[in-house]
Design a protein around this ligand. Structure first.
Ligand code: TXA
Ligand code: MG
Length: 315
């Protein structure tokens, strides 16, 4: 691919106006959300979406999340059932993506849904993302702003290092507060967790008054594109390491001696916010063998472990 001149855009009205113009012209613009940086395109423009897949080197069967300003805008794109409305009211804006039936005439590019008759939507809880959506005035499809198979970016520097020359602009926001992608839920045929993420599933279950089915259960829909290596750092990963072997770099959790510690105090929220940055750092350190401390399998620990298991999968 030819190198593109990537504009670095200031996080103010001037920068966001340029970002909106780039999007209108079919451009690719990375912007911060509360979860991770997204790589945005006009969700109605198939040429732009195709460029997005190319810039990410993304397998084309992996559909994208559409970002909108409000629930009211989301309702113009997808059909909300009662459970979906309850979840949107409880958690939007926020780190929850809902997969719902796409409305006829919504105008969303089929490349965004990868041909499915459902669409993933969310309302981000980040001032710059909200301002960009307002300035642009349309639905923005945005996967995480990393090349496919690489770690999701949680800071401006991550995006710049991975995407300069491949995309049209980057909004220079700060660090993403949540640091994990959104939790993805489908409400039909039964409420189902498609991807663990920044909103703990316990909170969703409490709002619904019922347990979520897991993707892969008989009644549950599949989440396409949950590629095993999606979250891989370059080194080999060994999980649940209670010791460190010769040649290993420890990614720690809790009170351990570690090259990088996700949370020395054993705080899962802090660990989640640090996770992708830590995986980037392991790459920067050139770690060839990575040992990871045990991380408890509850709350955000589930999403962290899900990502680490993908990182450890053979590839
Ligand atoms: O926090 C996030 O969700 C970030 C920020 C930028 O919003 N975005 C993000 O997008 O993580 P991405 O493209 O990296 O992940 C999208 C996920 C994929 O696992 C995809 O399979 C799933 O959403 N997905 C999208 N549309 C779907 C659909 N119609 N049915 C099932 N899963 C879907
Ligand atoms: Mg991603």
């Amino acid at each position: 691919m030819n190198e593109i001149d990537t504009k670095i855009l200031s996080p103010d009205a001037v920068g966001l106006t340029v970002a909106a113009e780039l999007l209108s012209g079919g451009g690719l613009v990375a912007f911060p959300t509360e979860t991770v940086y997204g790589l945005g395109v006009d969700a109605r423009n198939s040429d732009a979406v195709a460029r997005l897949y190319a810039a990410k080197g993304r397998p084309s069967f992996n559909p994208l999340i559409v970002h909108v300003e409000t629930l009211a805008v989301a309702e113009t794109l997808v059909e909300f059932d009662e459970d979906a409305l309850r979840l949107a009211s409880a958690f939007w804006p926020g780190a929850l993506t809902l997969v719902l039936p796409l409305k006829d005439g919504a105008g969303i590019s089929p490349l965004v849904t990868a041909g499915l008759d459902t669409l993933a939507v969310r309302v981000p809880d980040h001032a710059l993302a909200q301002s960009l959506l307002a300035a642009y005035g349309g639905p923005i499809a945005a996967p995480s702003a990393n090349p496919s198979g690489q770690v999701s970016p949680t800071s401006f520097a991550h995006v710049r290092d991975q995407m300069v020359g491949r995309i049209d602009g980057i909004v220079e926001g700060g660090t993403c507060g949540v640091g994990l992608e959104s939790t993805i839920v489908a409400t039909r045929p039964v409420p189902t967790l498609l991807r663990a993420g920044g909103l703990p599933s316990e909170a969703i279950e409490a709002a619904l008054g019922q347990e979520l089915a897991q993707a892969g259960d008989a009644a549950a829909p599949n989440s396409p594109g949950q590629l095993a290596s999606h979250y891989a750092p370059k080194g080999d990963v060994r999980l649940n390491a209670v010791d460190v072997r010769v040649g290993e770099t420890l990614l720690g959790f809790g009170a351990v001696e570690a090259a990088i510690n996700l949370s020395a105090s054993g705080d899962l929220v802090e660990a989640a916010a640090n996770l992708f940055n830590a995986l980037h750092q392991l790459n920067a350190l050139g770690a060839e063998k990575i040992a990871v401390s045990p991380i408890p399998e509850h709350g955000l620990g589930r999403a962290i472990n899900d990502r680490l298991r993908r990182a450890a999968a053979p590839r």
